[in-house]
Design a protein around this ligand. Structure first.
Ligand code: NAD
Length: 329
Protein backbone atom coordinates (compact mmCIF):
# COMPACT_ATOMS: atom_id res chain seq x y z
CA UNK A 1 0.00 0.00 0.00
CA UNK A 2 2.76 2.36 0.99
CA UNK A 3 4.60 1.50 -2.24
CA UNK A 4 1.41 2.19 -4.24
CA UNK A 5 1.01 5.54 -2.55
CA UNK A 6 4.63 6.30 -3.31
CA UNK A 7 4.17 5.24 -6.97
CA UNK A 8 0.97 7.24 -7.45
CA UNK A 9 2.63 10.16 -5.69
CA UNK A 10 5.55 10.07 -8.09
CA UNK A 11 3.19 9.68 -11.10
CA UNK A 12 1.32 12.76 -9.91
CA UNK A 13 4.64 14.50 -9.39
CA UNK A 14 5.87 13.74 -12.90
CA UNK A 15 2.54 14.68 -14.50
CA UNK A 16 2.61 18.01 -12.65
CA UNK A 17 6.22 18.53 -13.65
CA UNK A 18 5.42 17.71 -17.32
CA UNK A 19 2.47 20.08 -17.24
CA UNK A 20 4.57 22.79 -15.60
CA UNK A 21 7.36 22.28 -18.12
CA UNK A 22 4.99 22.67 -21.12
CA UNK A 23 3.85 25.99 -19.72
CA UNK A 24 7.46 26.89 -18.99
CA UNK A 25 8.31 26.71 -22.70
CA UNK A 26 5.80 29.45 -23.52
CA UNK A 27 6.86 31.42 -20.45
CA UNK A 28 10.54 31.59 -21.34
CA UNK A 29 9.83 32.35 -25.01
CA UNK A 30 8.11 35.57 -23.96
CA UNK A 31 11.30 36.88 -22.49
CA UNK A 32 10.41 40.55 -21.87
CA UNK A 33 6.99 39.90 -20.36
CA UNK A 34 6.44 41.52 -16.91
CA UNK A 35 8.40 40.28 -13.93
CA UNK A 36 6.79 40.31 -10.48
CA UNK A 37 8.94 41.56 -7.60
CA UNK A 38 7.90 41.28 -3.94
CA UNK A 39 9.95 42.93 -1.17
CA UNK A 40 11.44 46.32 -2.07
CA UNK A 41 13.80 46.79 0.87
CA UNK A 42 17.54 47.53 1.01
CA UNK A 43 18.29 44.70 -1.42
CA UNK A 44 15.02 44.26 -3.34
CA UNK A 45 14.78 47.90 -4.41
CA UNK A 46 18.11 48.05 -6.28
CA UNK A 47 17.65 44.49 -7.60
CA UNK A 48 14.24 45.31 -9.09
CA UNK A 49 15.67 48.56 -10.51
CA UNK A 50 18.27 46.48 -12.39
CA UNK A 51 15.46 44.44 -13.97
CA UNK A 52 13.85 47.72 -15.12
CA UNK A 53 17.23 48.86 -16.52
CA UNK A 54 17.40 45.62 -18.53
CA UNK A 55 14.06 46.47 -20.14
CA UNK A 56 11.73 44.25 -18.09
CA UNK A 57 8.38 45.75 -17.06
CA UNK A 58 8.12 45.19 -13.29
CA UNK A 59 4.93 44.52 -11.27
CA UNK A 60 5.88 45.20 -7.65
CA UNK A 61 4.53 44.88 -4.13
CA UNK A 62 5.85 45.58 -0.62
CA UNK A 63 3.88 45.43 2.61
CA UNK A 64 5.47 48.78 3.59
CA UNK A 65 3.79 51.60 1.56
CA UNK A 66 6.86 53.89 1.71
CA UNK A 67 8.96 51.23 -0.03
CA UNK A 68 6.36 51.10 -2.86
CA UNK A 69 6.20 54.89 -3.17
CA UNK A 70 9.96 55.13 -3.52
CA UNK A 71 9.94 52.48 -6.24
CA UNK A 72 7.04 53.96 -8.24
CA UNK A 73 9.37 56.56 -9.85
CA UNK A 74 10.93 53.76 -11.93
CA UNK A 75 7.67 53.40 -13.88
CA UNK A 76 6.93 50.02 -12.29
CA UNK A 77 3.32 49.07 -11.66
CA UNK A 78 2.59 48.79 -7.92
CA UNK A 79 -0.19 46.39 -6.91
CA UNK A 80 -1.99 45.64 -3.63
CA UNK A 81 -0.88 42.14 -2.71
CA UNK A 82 1.36 39.19 -3.65
CA UNK A 83 -1.69 37.48 -5.23
CA UNK A 84 -2.18 40.51 -7.51
CA UNK A 85 1.47 40.20 -8.57
CA UNK A 86 0.85 36.52 -9.41
CA UNK A 87 -2.24 37.52 -11.39
CA UNK A 88 -0.19 39.80 -13.66
CA UNK A 89 3.20 38.07 -13.94
CA UNK A 90 4.30 34.48 -14.51
CA UNK A 91 7.88 35.04 -13.33
CA UNK A 92 8.17 36.38 -9.78
CA UNK A 93 11.12 37.17 -7.53
CA UNK A 94 10.71 37.51 -3.77
CA UNK A 95 13.27 39.30 -1.54
CA UNK A 96 11.96 39.19 2.03
CA UNK A 97 13.58 39.34 5.47
CA UNK A 98 12.78 35.93 7.01
CA UNK A 99 11.14 32.50 6.67
CA UNK A 100 7.88 33.77 8.22
CA UNK A 101 7.65 36.66 5.75
CA UNK A 102 8.25 34.27 2.85
CA UNK A 103 5.57 31.85 4.10
CA UNK A 104 3.13 34.77 4.37
CA UNK A 105 3.95 36.12 0.89
CA UNK A 106 3.51 32.69 -0.75
CA UNK A 107 0.79 30.94 1.26
CA UNK A 108 -0.98 33.79 3.17
CA UNK A 109 -4.60 34.90 2.61
CA UNK A 110 -3.47 37.20 -0.25
CA UNK A 111 -0.38 35.20 -1.07
CA UNK A 112 1.13 34.34 -4.45
CA UNK A 113 -0.42 30.86 -4.46
CA UNK A 114 -3.96 32.32 -4.44
CA UNK A 115 -3.59 33.40 -8.08
CA UNK A 116 -0.43 31.76 -9.38
CA UNK A 117 -0.63 30.67 -13.02
CA UNK A 118 0.36 27.14 -14.05
CA UNK A 119 3.95 27.02 -15.29
CA UNK A 120 4.95 30.20 -13.42
CA UNK A 121 8.55 30.45 -12.23
CA UNK A 122 8.83 31.65 -8.61
CA UNK A 123 12.33 32.53 -7.40
CA UNK A 124 12.92 33.28 -3.72
CA UNK A 125 16.12 35.27 -3.13
CA UNK A 126 15.49 35.84 0.60
CA UNK A 127 17.83 34.06 3.05
CA UNK A 128 15.53 31.61 4.82
CA UNK A 129 15.52 28.13 6.37
CA UNK A 130 16.30 25.50 3.66
CA UNK A 131 13.51 23.34 5.16
CA UNK A 132 11.02 26.18 4.52
CA UNK A 133 12.25 26.50 0.91
CA UNK A 134 11.52 22.79 0.43
CA UNK A 135 8.01 23.16 1.90
CA UNK A 136 7.29 26.17 -0.31
CA UNK A 137 8.55 24.24 -3.35
CA UNK A 138 6.08 21.43 -2.60
CA UNK A 139 3.17 23.88 -2.20
CA UNK A 140 4.13 25.68 -5.42
CA UNK A 141 4.47 22.43 -7.38
CA UNK A 142 0.97 21.39 -6.27
CA UNK A 143 -0.28 24.46 -8.15
CA UNK A 144 1.59 23.36 -11.32
CA UNK A 145 4.27 26.04 -10.97
CA UNK A 146 8.01 25.94 -10.29
CA UNK A 147 9.89 27.19 -7.21
CA UNK A 148 13.62 27.85 -6.92
CA UNK A 149 15.63 29.21 -3.99
CA UNK A 150 18.27 31.74 -5.05
CA UNK A 151 19.70 33.59 -2.04
CA UNK A 152 22.42 36.15 -2.66
CA UNK A 153 25.88 36.98 -1.47
CA UNK A 154 27.08 40.58 -1.72
CA UNK A 155 25.53 43.54 0.05
CA UNK A 156 23.59 46.63 -0.99
CA UNK A 157 26.56 47.89 -3.07
CA UNK A 158 26.60 44.68 -5.14
CA UNK A 159 22.80 44.83 -5.45
CA UNK A 160 23.09 48.38 -6.88
CA UNK A 161 25.90 47.56 -9.30
CA UNK A 162 24.34 44.26 -10.40
CA UNK A 163 27.26 42.25 -9.05
CA UNK A 164 25.50 39.87 -6.68
CA UNK A 165 26.29 36.15 -6.50
CA UNK A 166 23.17 33.95 -6.68
CA UNK A 167 23.24 30.42 -5.23
CA UNK A 168 20.42 28.54 -6.93
CA UNK A 169 18.58 25.40 -5.84
CA UNK A 170 15.79 23.65 -7.73
CA UNK A 171 15.01 21.56 -10.80
CA UNK A 172 18.09 21.75 -13.07
CA UNK A 173 16.03 22.06 -16.30
CA UNK A 174 14.67 25.38 -14.97
CA UNK A 175 18.09 26.83 -14.22
CA UNK A 176 18.53 28.60 -17.60
CA UNK A 177 15.14 30.31 -17.25
CA UNK A 178 16.11 31.52 -13.75
CA UNK A 179 19.58 32.57 -14.92
CA UNK A 180 18.12 34.80 -17.65
CA UNK A 181 16.58 36.99 -14.92
CA UNK A 182 19.20 36.63 -12.21
CA UNK A 183 21.99 37.65 -14.60
CA UNK A 184 20.39 41.12 -14.80
CA UNK A 185 21.11 41.49 -11.07
CA UNK A 186 24.23 39.44 -10.50
CA UNK A 187 27.68 38.72 -11.88
CA UNK A 188 27.65 35.06 -10.76
CA UNK A 189 24.69 32.68 -10.92
CA UNK A 190 25.64 29.26 -9.59
CA UNK A 191 23.55 26.10 -9.70
CA UNK A 192 23.90 24.25 -6.37
CA UNK A 193 21.53 21.25 -6.70
CA UNK A 194 18.01 20.40 -5.61
CA UNK A 195 15.73 22.93 -3.95
CA UNK A 196 17.11 24.18 -0.61
CA UNK A 197 20.77 23.79 -1.60
CA UNK A 198 21.06 27.48 -2.54
CA UNK A 199 20.04 28.33 1.04
CA UNK A 200 22.44 25.70 2.38
CA UNK A 201 25.37 27.31 0.52
CA UNK A 202 24.31 30.77 1.68
CA UNK A 203 24.05 29.97 5.39
CA UNK A 204 27.37 28.07 5.34
CA UNK A 205 29.04 31.12 3.77
CA UNK A 206 27.52 33.49 6.32
CA UNK A 207 28.49 31.30 9.25
CA UNK A 208 32.12 31.43 8.07
CA UNK A 209 31.83 35.20 7.48
CA UNK A 210 30.53 35.75 11.03
CA UNK A 211 33.34 33.67 12.53
CA UNK A 212 36.02 35.42 10.45
CA UNK A 213 34.64 38.88 11.26
CA UNK A 214 34.72 38.22 15.01
CA UNK A 215 38.23 36.75 14.60
CA UNK A 216 39.41 39.80 12.66
CA UNK A 217 37.84 42.21 15.18
CA UNK A 218 39.39 40.55 18.23
CA UNK A 219 42.77 40.19 16.51
CA UNK A 220 42.83 43.86 15.49
CA UNK A 221 41.78 44.87 18.99
CA UNK A 222 44.54 42.82 20.61
CA UNK A 223 47.14 44.24 18.21
CA UNK A 224 46.06 47.82 18.94
CA UNK A 225 46.31 47.18 22.70
CA UNK A 226 49.79 45.79 22.12
CA UNK A 227 50.74 49.13 20.58
CA UNK A 228 50.47 48.34 16.87
CA UNK A 229 49.17 50.89 14.39
CA UNK A 230 45.88 49.40 13.05
CA UNK A 231 46.68 50.24 9.39
CA UNK A 232 50.09 48.59 9.69
CA UNK A 233 48.62 45.54 11.42
CA UNK A 234 45.95 45.18 8.70
CA UNK A 235 48.68 45.46 6.03
CA UNK A 236 50.72 42.69 7.69
CA UNK A 237 47.70 40.41 8.17
CA UNK A 238 46.72 40.93 4.54
CA UNK A 239 50.12 39.73 3.34
CA UNK A 240 50.18 36.84 5.85
CA UNK A 241 48.25 33.67 6.61
CA UNK A 242 45.60 35.48 8.71
CA UNK A 243 44.25 37.31 5.64
CA UNK A 244 40.51 36.98 4.94
CA UNK A 245 37.67 39.01 3.38
CA UNK A 246 36.91 40.61 6.76
CA UNK A 247 40.53 41.81 7.05
CA UNK A 248 41.28 42.88 3.46
CA UNK A 249 37.95 44.01 2.00
CA UNK A 250 35.68 44.91 4.93
CA UNK A 251 38.04 45.74 7.80
CA UNK A 252 36.02 46.41 10.99
CA UNK A 253 38.42 49.02 12.47
CA UNK A 254 37.54 52.69 11.77
CA UNK A 255 40.30 54.46 9.82
CA UNK A 256 41.83 51.35 8.24
CA UNK A 257 39.82 51.42 4.99
CA UNK A 258 37.64 53.88 3.06
CA UNK A 259 34.15 53.09 1.74
CA UNK A 260 33.27 50.39 4.27
CA UNK A 261 30.72 50.61 7.13
CA UNK A 262 33.50 50.96 9.77
CA UNK A 263 34.44 54.25 8.03
CA UNK A 264 30.86 55.49 8.44
CA UNK A 265 29.95 54.71 12.05
CA UNK A 266 28.84 51.22 10.93
CA UNK A 267 25.87 52.60 8.97
CA UNK A 268 24.59 50.75 5.86
CA UNK A 269 26.01 47.35 4.93
CA UNK A 270 24.70 44.11 6.43
CA UNK A 271 22.77 44.58 9.67
CA UNK A 272 23.67 42.74 12.89
CA UNK A 273 20.03 41.54 13.15
CA UNK A 274 20.25 39.87 9.72
CA UNK A 275 23.56 38.24 10.60
CA UNK A 276 22.07 36.94 13.88
CA UNK A 277 19.12 35.56 11.87
CA UNK A 278 21.41 33.76 9.41
CA UNK A 279 23.45 32.28 12.27
CA UNK A 280 20.19 31.05 13.82
CA UNK A 281 19.38 29.31 10.50
CA UNK A 282 22.85 27.73 10.50
CA UNK A 283 22.30 26.50 14.08
CA UNK A 284 18.88 25.03 13.21
CA UNK A 285 20.44 23.21 10.26
CA UNK A 286 23.38 22.03 12.40
CA UNK A 287 20.93 20.64 14.96
CA UNK A 288 18.84 18.91 12.27
CA UNK A 289 21.91 17.27 10.75
CA UNK A 290 23.67 16.60 14.09
CA UNK A 291 26.66 18.64 12.90
CA UNK A 292 29.01 20.10 15.54
CA UNK A 293 29.54 23.83 14.89
CA UNK A 294 31.07 25.20 18.11
CA UNK A 295 32.35 28.46 16.58
CA UNK A 296 29.12 29.00 14.62
CA UNK A 297 27.18 28.58 17.83
CA UNK A 298 29.41 31.01 19.74
CA UNK A 299 29.17 33.56 16.90
CA UNK A 300 25.37 33.29 17.03
CA UNK A 301 25.44 34.15 20.75
CA UNK A 302 27.84 37.09 20.18
CA UNK A 303 25.57 38.60 17.51
CA UNK A 304 22.45 38.03 19.61
CA UNK A 305 24.14 39.75 22.54
CA UNK A 306 24.98 42.67 20.25
CA UNK A 307 21.32 42.93 19.17
CA UNK A 308 20.30 43.06 22.85
CA UNK A 309 22.85 45.81 23.54
CA UNK A 310 21.88 48.36 20.87
CA UNK A 311 23.85 47.15 17.84
CA UNK A 312 20.87 45.62 16.01
CA UNK A 313 20.72 48.23 13.24
CA UNK A 314 24.48 48.65 12.83
CA UNK A 315 26.57 46.76 10.29
CA UNK A 316 27.79 43.40 11.62
CA UNK A 317 31.44 44.60 11.54
CA UNK A 318 30.50 46.74 14.58
CA UNK A 319 31.50 43.64 16.59
CA UNK A 320 34.86 45.47 16.81
CA UNK A 321 33.19 48.40 18.64
CA UNK A 322 31.21 45.94 20.79
CA UNK A 323 34.41 44.17 21.91
CA UNK A 324 36.06 47.52 22.74
CA UNK A 325 33.09 48.50 24.90
CA UNK A 326 32.98 45.11 26.59
CA UNK A 327 36.60 45.44 27.67
CA UNK A 328 35.80 48.75 29.42
CA UNK A 329 33.08 47.20 31.62
P1 NAD B 1 14.85 44.68 4.24
O1 NAD B 1 14.25 44.48 5.59
O2 NAD B 1 15.56 45.96 3.94
O3 NAD B 1 13.71 44.52 3.11
C1 NAD B 1 12.72 43.53 3.12
C2 NAD B 1 11.44 44.14 2.55
O4 NAD B 1 10.43 43.10 2.56
C3 NAD B 1 10.88 45.30 3.39
O5 NAD B 1 10.68 46.43 2.56
C4 NAD B 1 9.56 44.74 3.95
O6 NAD B 1 8.56 45.76 4.07
C5 NAD B 1 9.19 43.71 2.91
N1 NAD B 1 8.28 42.66 3.38
C6 NAD B 1 8.31 41.97 4.55
N2 NAD B 1 7.31 41.06 4.57
C7 NAD B 1 6.63 41.20 3.40
C8 NAD B 1 5.50 40.52 2.83
N3 NAD B 1 4.86 39.53 3.48
N4 NAD B 1 5.08 40.93 1.61
C9 NAD B 1 5.71 41.92 0.95
N5 NAD B 1 6.78 42.59 1.43
C10 NAD B 1 7.24 42.22 2.64
O7 NAD B 1 15.80 43.43 4.00
P2 NAD B 1 17.01 43.33 2.95
O8 NAD B 1 18.25 43.89 3.53
O9 NAD B 1 16.50 43.79 1.62
O10 NAD B 1 17.22 41.73 2.93
C11 NAD B 1 16.32 40.86 2.25
C12 NAD B 1 16.89 39.45 2.34
O11 NAD B 1 18.18 39.41 1.73
C13 NAD B 1 17.08 38.94 3.77
O12 NAD B 1 16.69 37.60 3.83
C14 NAD B 1 18.57 39.11 4.02
O13 NAD B 1 19.07 38.18 4.96
C15 NAD B 1 19.13 38.88 2.63
N6 NAD B 1 20.42 39.54 2.37
C16 NAD B 1 20.64 40.83 2.75
C17 NAD B 1 21.86 41.43 2.49
C18 NAD B 1 22.16 42.85 2.91
O14 NAD B 1 23.32 43.27 2.83
N7 NAD B 1 21.16 43.63 3.33
C19 NAD B 1 22.88 40.71 1.82
C20 NAD B 1 22.62 39.41 1.40
C21 NAD B 1 21.38 38.83 1.69
Amino acid sequence: MAALLRRSGSALHSSISRHARLAVVSRSMASKTPIGFIGLGNMGNPMAKNLVKHGYPVIAYDVFPEACKEFQDTGAQIVDSPSDVADKADRIITMLPSSLNAIEAYTGANGILKKVKKGSLLIDSSTIDPAVSKELAKAVEKMGAVFMDAPVSGGVGAARSGNLTFMVGGVEQEFDAAKELLSCMGANVIYCGEVGTGQAAKICNNMLLAISMIGTAETMNLGIRLGLDPKLLAKILNMSSGRCWSSDTYNPVPGVMEGVPSANNYQGGFGTTLMAKDLGLAQDSATNTKTPTPLGSLSHQVYRLMCAKGYAQKDFSSVFQFLREEENL
